[in-house]
Design a binder for this molecule. Structure first.
Ligand code: PMP
Length: 294
């Protein structure tokens, strides 16, 4: 079980100083990222993650100068060097080394970082008993502040939100947008279930277009579960029969308590449990068509 870090094709470990302090990713948070997990050692829906990475970089004005084939090959080599049974992968592309000046063109060449770590063990109890979430006062940056299409490594909002949630003894923070609607978690998308039907806030609420969210929407509709993308108020969420969150590494996590309110009967509900099961089947079905990372 080990961590391997590949910077612009150069392999290293967490002991190595592979990045320049003049990298604008470090100086200004000018970088974008993806988190991908493996199943049986193979990255899940890698192409979709690379597509979102490319879109994020483009929106930030970073011109990725390595091909997706080169990136995939570096990832394969890094996974092999790490030798983990299952890995969590973070690909970061920063604006690169340049002047301490954030005007366009002040960085020379994007830096491409691939971090491969052992996949953290998410306890079984998280899925069987569910977790607590908390509303926080930190708001999701509005589209006017930062396009939700940019999956930026500048995560100060998310850090402050999660800190507040942890202070309330919660596992995840629930962020509202500027209109007071439920937007997303600090590291996840949010779903509510009422009367057997599932709802999740639409992209117009200003959230990250989560890849797990996309899969859950497809899974629900393919399994006869009604699913609607619609705006959700904090009251809708607190009055729901079930709540769950989604993210690539954690998959589908039931939320059984929000602040001081118990959701439903305080246990993961039947729709959430069905979606958790269907997600596993869906992953296996997709992985059986993806043999290798190249
Ligand atoms: N929203 C935010 C703010 C996130 O950080 C994440 C996790 N990267 C998600 C949603 C979930 O996205 P995905 O399903 O693509 O991991």
């Amino acid at each position: 079980m080990s961590i391997r870090i590949n910077v612009d094709g150069q392999m290293g470990t967490e002991e190595d100083r592979l990045l320049s302090p003049l990298d604008q990713g470090f100086l200004f948070g000018a970088s974008v990222y993806e988190t991908i997990r493996t199943y049986d050692g193979v990255p899940f829906v890698l192409e979709r993650h690379l597509e979102r990475l490319r879109a994020s970089a483009e929106a930030l004005g970073i011109d990725i100068d390595v091909s997706m084939e080169t990136l995939t090959e570096r990832l394969r080599a890094t996974l092999e060097e790490a030798g983990n049974a299952e890995s969590s992968i973070r690909i970061v592309i920063s604006a690169g080394i340049g002047a301490i000046d954030y005007r366009a063109g002040s960085a020379r060449k994007p830096t491409v970082v691939i971090i491969v770590r052992p996949l953290p063990a998410f306890p079984e109890s998280l899925y069987q008993s569910g977790a607590k979430a908390a509303f926080v006062t930190v708001m999701r940056a509005s589209r006017g502040n930062l396009s939700p299409k940019i999956k930026s490594s500048n995560l100060l909002n998310n850090i402050m939100a999660l800190r507040q949630a942890h202070e309330k003894g919660a596992y995840e923070a629930l962020l509202l947008n500027g209109r007071g609607e439920v937007c997303e978690g600090s590291m996840s998308n949010v779903f509510v279930v009422r009367g057997g039907a599932v709802a999740t806030p639409p992209l117009s609420s200003g959230l990250l277009e989560g890849i797990t969210r996309e899969h859950v929407i497809e899974i629900a509709r393919g399994n006869g579960i009604e699913l609607e993308e619609k705006t959700c108020t904090p009251e809708d969420l607190l009055g729901a029969d079930e709540v769950f969150i989604t993210a690539s590494a954690r998959e589908v996590v039931p939320i059984v308590r929000v602040d001081e309110t118990t959701i439903g009967d305080g246990k993961p509900g039947p729709v959430t449990q069905k979606i958790i099961k269907c997600y596993q089947v869906h992953v296996r079905a997709l992985m059986s068509t993806t043999e290798t990372v190249d």
